[in-house]
Design a protein. Structure first.
Length: 138
């Protein structure tokens, strides 16, 4: 069995954003030369997420609006913010949207269902963050 690791860096211009990282993951898969296996993609930061869904801008706006309703921004809303932080909401949003995804690799390709793509969800942006891509297989 072989393993391949790559990190990608992101720095969003906005505090909240959704970024399609599918092509970057596909590029890592090509570099790995793995034809059959699994591809793990995870955010290495506790205020951002990785998830799979449709690449449709209205849906992305809906996600951001939905998580804002569930965990609204506000310095006075969260005990976590008593430590001097202002991102208590971002930690909760990350938990809702998820930390990572695993995609099967079949014949050297990400084995997606219809419309599936991989996204990075940012909830405390405007600074550099990393995403891990770990591919294992033959």
């Amino acid at each position: 069995m072989k393993a391949y690791t790559e990190h990608i860096e992101l720095n969003t211009a906005k505090r909240y954003d959704i970024v399609n990282i599918t092509d970057r993951v596909r590029s890592a898969l090509r570099k790995s030369a793995i034809k059959e296996g699994l591809c793990l993609v995870n955010s290495m930061h506790i205020t951002s997420s990785v998830f799979i869904n449709d690449n449709e801008s209205g849906l992305h706006a809906d996600f951001l609006q939905w998580v804002e309703k569930l965990a609204p921004y506000g310095k006075d809303k969260y005990k976590h913010n008593l430590t001097g932080e202002d991102n208590g909401d971002a930690h909760l949003k990350r938990t809702i949207m998820g930390r990572e995804v695993v995609v099967a690799v079949t014949a050297g390709e990400l084995d997606f269902g219809p419309w599936e793509q991989i996204f990075y969800g940012e909830f405390d942006g405007q600074r550099r963050k990393r995403v891990l891509i770990k591919i294992i297989g033959e």
